[in-house]
Design a protein around this ligand. Structure first.
Ligand SMILES: Nc1ncnc2c1ncn2[C@@H]1O[C@H](COP(=O)(O)OP(=O)(O)OP(=O)(O)O)[C@@H](O)[C@H]1O
Ligand SMILES: [Mg+2]
Length: 225
C-alpha cells in the first residue's frame, strides 16, 4: 500500500490519487512566472497547516527576503511558521561555497534538526549553475537522489525551463524523478494569459492525462479544469 502525501491544493490532489507517493522526488518544470515557486510553497504551507508536517524550503534562485515577501502576498506567513519550528528556509542564493557536498550536508543537517517531511529545492537549475567546477549535472542529480533516499522527505524539485524550450531539464533528472509536472503559460487568441498544467509522469499512480487549466489567485494556485 503506497502512502500518499497530499498537497492540500484545491483540485490538484484529485489528479494524482490524493497525493504524491511518500518520499518521492517530483520535478516541477515550467517557464518563468509559471507559478513553480507558488505551488511548491503552497505544498509546504498546507503541509504545515493542514497536515502538521514540517518542511524545509531551500532557495537558490531567490533570496529569503524576496521569497518571504512574495509568499506574504498570498497570506502565507512563513516567518511565523519558521518561529514555530514548522518550516525552515535555507537561503543558498548567495552562497560562496563551491562544494556540492557541503551544500548537501547543510541541507541534510537542517532536515534532521527540523525533522522535515517535505522538502523543496528551488531550483535545481540554479543549484547546478552555482557549481564552480564544470557543471556535472549528472553527478549532482545522482548524488542528490541517493541523498534524498536517506533523508526520507517527499521532495519537490523545481526545474526552470526557458520559453520555447523543447526539453524539460538536462536529460538526466527527468528519468530519475518519480514524477514530472509541467507548468506552461501562453497567450490565447484574445491576448489573455492562460496557464496549463500537465502531469507527464507519476510513478505508481493512475494520474490524470488531461490538460488542466490553473490560475494564480490571491490565495495561491487553483486548478480550474
Ligand atoms: N498575489 C497574486 N495574485 C495573483 N497572481 C499573482 C500574485 N502574485 C504572483 N502572481 C502571479 O504569479 C507569478 C509568479 O509566480 P511564481 O513566482 O510562483 O513563478 P515561478 O514559476 O516560480 O517563476 P520564476 O521562474 O521566475 O521563479 C507572477 O508572474 C504573477 O503572474
Ligand atoms: Mg520561482
Amino acid at each position: 500500500m503506497i502512502q500518499r502525501v497530499p498537497t492540500g491544493i484545491s483540485g490538484f490532489d484529485a489528479l494524482i490519487e490524493d497525493g504524491f507517493p511518500q518520499e518521492s522526488l517530483i520535478l516541477f518544470a515550467g517557464s518563468p512566472g509559471a507559478g513553480k515557486t507558488t505551488i511548491a510553497a503552497q505544498f509546504m504551507f498546507e503541509g504545515a497547516l493542514k497536515f502538521g508536517e514540517k518542511g524545509l524550503y531551500v532557495c537558490f534562485a531567490e533570496t529569503r527576503d524576496s521569497l518571504l515577501r512574495n509568499l506574504q502576498r498570498f497570506g502565507w506567513d512563513f516567518e511565523k511558521l519558521e518561529r514555530e519550528g514548522m518550516i525552515g528556509i535555507l537561503d543558498l542564493s548567495t552562497t560562496k561555497e563551491p562544494g556540492i557536498q557541503s551544500n548537501l550536508n547543510l541541507i541534510l543537517d537542517t532536515i534532521s534538526e527540523l525533522s522535515a517531511k517535505r522538502l523543496v529545492i528551488d531550483s535545481f537549475t540554479a543549484f547546478s549553475m552555482a557549481l564552480s567546477e564544470p557543471t556535472d549535472v549528472r553527478f549532482l542529480i545522482h548524488l542528490l537522489y541517493r541523498f534524498l533516499q536517506r533523508v526520507g522527505c517527499t521532495t519537490i524539485m523545481i526545474s526552470d525551463t526557458p520559453w520555447g524550450s523543447q526539453t524539460i531539464g538536462s536529460g538526466v533528472e527527468e528519468f530519475i524523478a518519480d514524477g514530472i509536472i509541467l507548468m506552461q503559460t501562453r497567450f490565447d487568441e484574445n491576448g489573455n494569459l492562460r496557464r496549463t498544467l500537465h502531469i507527464l509522469k507519476m510513478r505508481s499512480t493512475n494520474h490524470s492525462k488531461r490538460t488542466h487549466e490553473y490560475d494564480i489567485t490571491e490565495d495561491g494556485i487553483r486548478i480550474l479544469t
